[in-house]
Design a protein around this ligand. Structure first.
Ligand code: NDP
Ligand code: 2IT
Length: 449
């Protein structure tokens, strides 16, 4: 490996030794950009790599609230403002008990590159809390969101930092967060959060955007092999926002989605997933995927017993991991390949371990890397910001056709950069190269800051 890259990597590993997910994300990017760095000797003089891996700012804060039993509960809040090179910090908020600084930094780091790929003026950030929304009442969620925003509000703004949703944060949470922000600021600043409901400033199509965008990206990838979704078997992990709308668009394209999951286990329905039922269970009742069997007793349910999700044992043409980081292990990758998978496209952030990604690439499987394949969500968030600035709304079809164009452009950037740097067909490297070059050039223009 190039001396400069290995030195920066070693230093980053030393400084962040307790942050495995963050180091995993950094390693993947730095190991992909060797040829680019070699063509630009000025990167070393300007410490481009060192600056790329150091967040501009990390904010952590206490989030106390009173639960329904009258007890005081204290959680930890985060906002990692990673890079404002090409626009205001932009990225979601995650509420999940596993949230820690490593997870926040890996997500913030990925977000910089993803946002650069969209071609839109958005920098990168991420935030959240180790708060667990599962089993909480609406009132508890509201009080938590109000407490979270009572600190966060001083760090965000439509030209500064624009949070949105992620795991555990959807339309309900964004509404409570927005209400508290508006109350504190005594002003309606629509563009401060995205993923808002349509009734007070949200964008049509934002709910569907990440899942639809994933399918648009994967469609382009399949085209390179003269393939399409039509008639293919698809498995989708997760059953949250991304998974549900990936399923909807894949079904619309004629695919048969046979399995979905949650953190407890997976359902297999060889007749094809009943999506209206999944929406009812997950979006309306906030229930468990196992409840699918109450309506379809002929479907199979398999409990998850270890880190290898049972969904990856199911034979499929296309696998779409849409739950969480490192959910596709090397074991799962081997199983998928031996069952004949042709494409793995990442709806979640960093769902494949590095070993799993390498295994897929070595076996000629098409891999849609998260920072490109799931960029439709944040791209549509940027379209929501545009509408808020214009004080005007696009129709659903206008938003989805802009999203489709953006995903095609992202795919082409991945494809062309992979080819330019001698790794044709490796869209993981292509995405890293395209995004890194854009950011490095912006860094050169702006001086040492
Ligand atoms: P949701 O909260 O709507 O859904 C998350 C889903 O993933 C649930 O089915 C959940 O199951 C499952 N899940 C969460 N954690 C784990 C875990 N540790 N093990 C197994 N399953 C788990 O989140 P989203 O759909 O919004 O996000 C899913 C992924 O997509 C995340 O990686 C997120 O970062 C990424 N993403 C989201 C975007 C968006 O616009 N929302 C944009 C780009 C990427 P359970 O209910 O059991 O917890
Ligand atoms: O990971 C992601 O890109 C998101 N959770 C969406 C971020 C956003 O600002 O819409």
């Amino acid at each position: 490996m190039n001396d400069y890259i290995s030195r920066v990597l070693e230093n980053t590993e030393k400084k962040n030794s307790c942050e495995p997910e963050y180091l995993q994300a950094v390693r993947e990017v730095l190991c992909s950009v060797e040829h680019l760095v070699e063509r630009h000797p000025e990167y070393e003089k300007l410490a481009i790599l060192e600056r790329m891996v150091e967040p501009e700012r990390i904010i952590t804060f206490r989030v106390p609230y009173v639960n329904d039993k009258g007890e005081v509960v204290v959680n930890r809040g985060f906002r990692v403002q990673f890079s404002s090179l090409i626009g205001p910090y932009k990225g979601g908020l995650r509420f999940h008990p596993t949230v820690n600084q490593s997870i926040m930094k890996f997500l913030g780091f990925e977000q910089i590159f993803k946002n650069a790929l969209t071609g839109l003026p958005i920098g990168g950030g991420k935030g959240g809390s180790d708060f667990d929304p599962k089993g909480k009442s609406d009132n508890e969620i509201m009080r938590f969101c109000q407490s979270f925003m009572t600190e966060l509000y001083r760090h965000i703004g439509h030209d500064v930092d624009v949070p949105a949703g992620d795991i555990g944060v959807g339309g309900r949470e964004i509404g409570y967060l927005f209400g508290q922000y508006k109350r504190i600021k005594d002003a309606y600043e629509g563009g401060v959060l995205t993923g808002k409901s349509i009734c007070y400033g949200g964008s049509l199509g934002r709910t569907e955007a990440t899942g639809y965008g994933l399918i648009f990206f994967t469609r382009e990838m399949l085209k390179t092999k003269n393939e399409s979704f039509n008639g293919k078997t698809v498995t989708i992990s997760g059953s949250g926002n991304v998974a549900i709308y990936a399923c909807e668009k894949a079904q619309e394209y004629g695919a048969k989605v046979v399995a979905m999951s949650d953190s407890s286990g997976c359902i297999y329905d060889p007749k094809g997933i009943d999506l209206p039922l999944i929406k009812q269970i997950k979006e309306v009742k906030r229930g468990r995927i196992k409840e699918y069997l109450n309506t379809h007793p002929e479907a199979e349910y398999t409990e998850r017993v270890n880190e290898d999700s049972p969904i990856w044992n199911i034979k499929t043409d296309i696998a779409l991991p849409c739950a969480t980081q490192n959910e596709v292990t090397l074991n799962s990758a081997k199983k998928l390949v031996s069952n004949g998978v042709m494409a793995v496209s990442e709806g979640a952030n960093m769902p494949c371990t590095q070993e799993a990604t390498d295994y897929f690439l070595e076996h000629g499987i098409l891999v849609g890397p998260a920072k490109a394949a799931n960029a439709g969500g944040v791209a549509t968030s940027a379209i929501e910001m545009t509408q808020n600035s214009m004080r005007y709304y696009y129709t659903f079809d206008e938003v989805v056709s802009k999203l489709d164009c953006i995903m095609v452009n992202i795919f082409n950037a991945c494809k062309e950069n992979a080819k330019k740097y001698g790794c044709e067909g490796n869209y993981v490297a292509g995405a890293n190269l395209a995004a890194f070059e854009k950011l490095a050039e912006a860094m050169k223009c702006q001086g040492v800051v």
